[in-house]
Design a protein. Structure first.
Length: 212
């Protein structure tokens, strides 16, 4: 199953992608994590991505598609994958289509803006492996330490409240038209994000026809 997850920053896409990935044994491909890895490694694409991310803009299609093409060609993605954070614009969706990539379902997780702002301020991300946590909803076993790799779990600069509001505006302007694009193909499914992660996962599995 090839899936795309849509939703504003902080809607819980990453957490739900992890649940689907574990259930179906397909990789979660987070462009955000791939971009941060490129930034950390100081690659040419990474430096270009960093300049855009620091100013709150979306990274150019050319950079993201270059990184993504390499990733979905890897062996673990042969039986399907989950795209988390891509495509973000209609132009990227069209580029995906032109690459000959078949998408089975596009799942949108919808959460109100005010709830997203509250969620984001509590989010923590591992500096080493990119695993995502939340001080309230999904805390690390040891405060500030990643459960998976022992790295440092920190608040990202782009999770600060003023940056979150800016990112929500960018999302609405650039990404919301994707819903219309995929609705026309009959591939769009929408799930309302719940307070409890498990409740959202249940709705996600039902929407995708996955046995819980």
């Amino acid at each position: 199953m090839n899936l795309i997850l849509l939703g504003a920053p902080g809607a819980g896409k990453g957490t739900q992608a992890e649940a689907i990935s574990a259930k179906l044994s397909i990789p979660q491909i987070s462009t955000g994590n791939m971009l941060r890895e490129a930034v950390k490694n100081g690659t040419e694409l990474g430096l270009k991505a960093k300049a855009a991310m620091d100013s709150g803009d979306l990274v150019s299609d050319e950079i993201v598609i270059g990184i993504l093409k390499d990733r979905i060609a890897e062996d673990d993605a042969k039986n399907g994958y989950i795209l988390d954070g891509f495509p973000r614009t209609v132009a990227q969706a069209e580029a995906l289509d032109s690459m000959g990539v078949t998408i089975d379902h596009v799942l949108e997780i919808h959460v109100a803006d005010e709830r997203i702002c509250a969620r984001m301020s509590g989010r923590r991300v591992c500096e080493k492996c990119g695993a995502s946590y939340h001080v309230e909803y999904k805390p690390t076993k040891v405060e500030g330490i990643c459960d998976k790799c022992g790295g440092k779990a920190v608040q990202r600069a782009d999770d600060a409240p003023e940056t979150v509001l800016s990112r929500l505006e960018v999302y609405k302007e650039k990404t919301a038209p994707l819903k219309e694009y995929y609705a026309k193909t009959g591939k769009l499914l929408t799930v309302e994000g719940q307070e409890e992660v498990a409740d959202t996962t249940k709705l996600v599995f039902e929407a995708l026809g996955i046995q819980g």
